[in-house]
Every structure is written in structure tokens, then in C-alpha cells.
Design a protein around this ligand. Structure first.
Ligand code: UDP
Ligand code: MG
Length: 337
């Protein structure tokens, strides 16, 4: 079992996270690893993780070279997790780790590949967050299909098959809450109450929320491109009506100065065209990034497979200072128990 936790500047919640997560995993009765993905934190997150690792060998730390964003950090964790089941969890304890055993039991009992964590109660979120989230889920369910469970964030369990399927996708700007339902693998649900953040601040300001929404829509549907067609058709009909009107006014010699109507017409068509070009631009931008095919994250170090520890392991018989706890072999055997 792997538990992937992306974290960015989470020094304040980290101790609470460890003290709640560790007993849950210890009682699970299966070998596990915790994959903490440090998303280029600038606070003491990395330092704290290193300290926790001393007393918790199952804690594995993947350090990204720079802040790459929540979904990219999640990708890094999923790409490198070793478990037969992989749970993804937010670092801020808004997703209760106590639900992990339920998820695992459900997946194993019914042979499921995906178990979604569904937020039954968001009372702890701000009114604005709930309203925008409601809007977001309604929009993506319309565009990406009803297989997308409403109120399912990034707290979920995936089987090895599902993780491998996700890894094989070529998508760049990934939105896992849509990609996972798109897989269509057998799935189940576990509901939970979304707790307030015990410490630290949200790392999702409005700008990032909008980015996630735009990525969700453009990644799953070409429907916005059709808006241009509909607006064009509508404008054409209006234009036909106005043509009859202006021609008859001309014939009857009733022509007027027409400054207001001309001005409004020009502005309206200009705005519609700019919106349509902008929409087109979103898709061209996606094609551009896809063609560039740049990696979305860079791994600085991975405590399970650091080249440093491998080099030491190669010369282990001569260098007795080798930190053998860092070699991949030991990590995997600690995973096995
Ligand atoms: N996160 C991250 N990189 C970022 C932003 C956020 O890894 O650039 C992590 C963050 O540490 C947390 C998770 O993503 O574990 C969700 O972020 P947050 O709780 O701030 O989002 P919210 O719950 O407010 O939507
Ligand atoms: Mg949060």
C-alpha cells in the first residue's frame, strides 16, 4: 500500500498529519510506504520530513526541484509509488486518514479498482468555496459526463491497474478528478466529512481554482468551441432581420443617422469574435504544450532511489558509512514488511 501526499509549505500541519496517519497505517496490517511529495516548499517542510524519516522508515520523501502545482506533485507521487494499492491524500488533514482502512476493505472485498472519497459535508468550507465548488462539479459533470462523481476531490484509492493506466496516458495538464472517472474501472465510494484545515493556509487561491476549472473543461470537452458556431448562427439570423429592416427603410426613404445602432453592432461583433478567438486560443495552447511535451515536474531527490545512496551501495564493502536505509532494496523490503 502506498499513500501519496503532495505537500507545499505544510510545516504547520505536518506533525499533526504524522501523528494521525501513522497509527492508522500501522493498524492496517499490510506493508506500506508513505510517499510525501515535497512540491518545492520554501518553508521547513523538507527539514521536518527528513526528521520524521529518522523514526519512520516507511516514510519516503520525493523532493521536487520547484513548485509544480498540486496535480503535478500528485503525478510525481503516482509515477513512483510502488504499492499494489495507492491512496492519494491532502496533507492538510481535510481528508481524514481514518477512512483509508474502509477504502482498502471495500476495494479488496469487492475487487474494485477505484474507491472515491466523497465529501458528504463541506460545512467547514467557506460559503464562497462551496458555491464555486458546486458550480465546478455541475459544469464538469455536464461536459465530461455523469460518471464524474460530484464532490469527489483528490482523496481516493487506486489499484495498481488503475495507476498503471493513468501512467500510460499522454495527458500533460492532468486533472485527476476527471481522468480517474474517465478510466471507467469498477469503482466504489466512501463518504466523509470535510474537516476544516487545522493549520496553515489554503494553497489554492482563486487564480489556481480558475486554472483547474479551465484545464478540466478544455481537457475533456470541445463543447466551448461550438459556442462560436452558435453565436455565429445567432448573429446571422439577427443580421438577416436587420437587413430586411434597413433595406425597407432605405426604400421608404426613412434612413436615420444610425450612430447608436452601428456602434453597438460593431462592439457586439468585436466582443463575440474576441471571445471565440480566446476560446480557440485555449485549445491551441493545449495542443502547443502537448507538442512541446515538457515534463510537468522535476524530481530533485527520492529517498527510495537516490543516485547518491546507490553510489554508496556500490562501494558498500569499502565504505561502511553507507546509509543502507536509503538503498532501493531496503526500501522495498521495508515496504514488504
Ligand atoms: N499543494 C501542492 N502544491 C501546490 C499547492 C498545493 O502540493 O502548489 C498541496 C497542498 O499542500 C495540499 C493539497 O495540495 O496537500 C491541497 O491543497 P490545499 O489544501 O491548499 O487546497 P484546498 O483544500 O484549499 O482546496
Ligand atoms: Mg485543503
Amino acid at each position: 500500500m502506498s499513500v501519496v501526499i503532495p505537500m507545499y509549505n505544510e510545516e504547520e500541519v505536518l506533525p499533526a498529519l504524522v501523528s494521525r496517519l501513522r497509527p492508522v497505517l500501522a493498524e492496517l496490517g499490510v506493508p506500506y510506504e508513505v510517499v510525501a511529495v515535497d512540491d518545492g516548499s520554501t518553508d521547513r517542510t523538507a527539514e521536518l520530513l527528513a526528521a520524521f524519516r529518522l523514526g519512520w522508515p516507511q516514510l519516503r520523501v520525493i523532493g521536487l526541484r520547484r513548485n509544480s502545482g498540486h496535480q503535478a506533485a500528485l503525478t510525481a507521487g503516482l509515477d513512483r509509488a510502488l504499492g499494489a494499492y495507492v491512496v492519494s491524500l491532502d496533507a492538510d488533514l481535510q481528508d481524514p486518514p481514518e477512512k483509508i482502512p474502509d477504502m482498502l476493505a471495500l476495494a479488496r472485498g469487492e475487487g474494485l479498482d477505484i474507491v472515491y472519497g466523497i465529501r458528504a459535508d463541506r460545512a467547514s468550507d467557506t460559503g464562497f468555496k462551496r458555491w464555486t465548488a458546486g458550480l465546478y462539479y455541475r459544469l464538469v459533470r455536464r461536459l465530461a459526463g455523469p460518471s464524474v462523481p460530484a464532490q469527489a476531490g483528490d482523496f481516493r484509492l487506486l489499484s495498481r491497474a488503475a495507476v498503471d493506466a493513468l501512467k500510460s496516458l499522454p495527458d500533460q495538464q492532468r486533472v485527476y478528478r476527471l481522468l480517474v472517472p474517465w478510466l471507467g474501472f469498477p469503482s466504489g465510494r466512501v463518504t466523509y466529512e470535510r474537516a476544516p484545515r487545522p493549520a496553515g493556509r489554503s494553497k489554492y487561491p482563486l487564480g489556481r481554482m480558475i486554472r483547474l476549472a479551465v484545464d478540466s473543461v478544455t481537457g475533456f470537452s470541445a463543447a466551448p468551441l461550438r459556442i462560436a458556431t452558435w453565436l455565429g448562427g445567432f448573429s446571422f439570423l439577427v443580421c438577416l432581420g436587420l437587413m430586411v429592416y434597413t433595406l425597407s427603410a432605405h426604400a421608404l426613404d426613412h434612413t436615420v443617422a444610425g450612430w447608436t445602432s452601428l456602434f453597438t453592432g460593431v462592439l457586439f461583433i468585436g466582443a463575440v469574435q474576441l471571445i471565440c478567438v480566446g476560446l480557440l486560443g485555449e485549445y491551441v495552447g493545449r495542443i502547443y504544450t502537448a507538442v512541446q511535451n515538457r515534463p510537468t515536474y522535476f524530481v530533485g531527490h527520492d529517498t527510495a532511489v537516490s543516485p547518491h545512496s546507490e553510489a554508496l551501495a556500490d562501494t558498500a564493502d569499502t565504505a561502511d558509512t553507507a546509509d543502507t536505509a536509503d538503498t532501493p532494496a531496503t526500501h522495498e523490503s521495508s515496504l514488504r514488511g
